[in-house]
Design a binder for this molecule. Structure first.
Ligand code: NDX
Length: 256
């Protein structure tokens, strides 16, 4: 049966950090090519309806840790923190896999990115699940530790912002529409990338609550992946809409 290999966790976390830096260097200047940043004039690429693409891509991030959690024998009952944290991770990806795709009104998604996105979700789902189910050790009073409680609160706050902002974006379109409008309401009042801000807060909260290298590596990856994207969305809006609210920032309310 499986056991914990700390050097495997270390290696996978460092590689995740390296991928984050690669991503930052790739996407600071040019955005990743999906959604509003897909080049229309480029040769036609294979695409899948947004619904199928997001479902397939995010599924492994739910399935892999859920299976690790369910199949471990003997089941890991102690400490409570590990299972709870693994469940939170799965809860986010349950939303992203089984709820978000069925309501999205997004454009078809490029197959090539879908391929890399799926690989990434397998990789990260395994790393986070394996660490929490086989490796993590917490003192018995971890559930009352300030890192755990404040981290969980941040996670829930971020998830709330993320889901609410996803909803506001979806409501900008009628079914079948593919045009872009100025997002309004919620945290969009302050930032162009409200959904991304929520997601980043969420994963930093998760990292603080687990206090682990894999989770901090993933939070950093998220920042490097969707941080630049928020900046490119912001520039797109400023270029496209002359009446775009001047006080709105790209990612962090009142700051940047
Ligand atoms: N999926 C995370 N890297 C990613 C897919 C892309 O969950 O090769 C990471 C995730 C993947 C990425 C994933 C990993 C890295 C990849 C990358 C592709 C390249 C990159 C593989 C897996 C890569 C290396 C080099 C390391 C190998 O038509 P439309 O689609 O634009 O419509 C949009 C609509 N909308 C509007 N509608 C009307 N008016 C407007 N003004 C509108 N603005 C937007 O709203 C969409 O239907 C919807 C949301 O659009 P958008 O662009 O705001 O968000 P999107 O980027 O699609 O993300 C959707 C949600 C969001 O909540 C976000 O927080 C979360 O997913 N997310 C996304 C990406 C990654 C991630 C979370 C994470 O890292 N945690």
């Amino acid at each position: 049966s499986m056991q914990c290999f700390p050097s495997l966790v270390l290696a996978l976390s460092l590689l995740l950090g390296a991928l984050a830096l690669l991503q930052l260097s790739l996407y600071l200047r040019v955005p990743s090519r999906y959604g509003k940043h897909e080049e229309r004039l480029c040769r036609p690429r294979g695409r899948l309806p947004a619904r199928c693409a997001w479902f397939l891509q995010e599924l492994p991030s739910f399935l892999v840790p859920a299976l690790l959690l369910a199949l471990r024998s003997p089941p890991r009952l102690e400490p409570l923190g590990c299972r709870l944290l693994c469940c939170l991770f799965c809860w986010h990806y349950f939303y992203r896999t089984f709820i978000y795709p069925f309501f999205t009104r997004g454009r078809p998604f490029p197959l090539q990115l879908l391929f890399f996105g799926t690989l990434f979700c397998i990789y990260n789902g395994f790393l986070q699940g394996y660490y929490l189910i086989y490796c993590a050790e917490y003192p018995s009073d971890w559930c009352t530790d300030i890192r755990f409680t404040s981290g969980i609160l941040l996670f829930l706050l971020g998830m709330g912002i993320n889901i609410h902002s996803d909803l506001l974006l979806r409501q900008l379109r009628k079914p079948g529409e593919v045009t872009y409008k100025i997002p309004q309401g919620g945290l969009f009042t302050y930032v162009s990338g409200a959904n991304y801000f929520g997601e980043i807060v969420e994963w930093f909260g998760f990292a603080i609550a687990t206090w682990s290298l894999p989770a901090f590596a993933f939070a950093f990856f998220t920042l490097c992946c969707i941080g630049p994207r928020a900046y490119h969305h912001h520039r797109y809006y400023l270029k496209t809409f002359t009446d775009y609210p001047k006080s709105r920032k790209a990612l962090i309310p009142f700051v940047f």
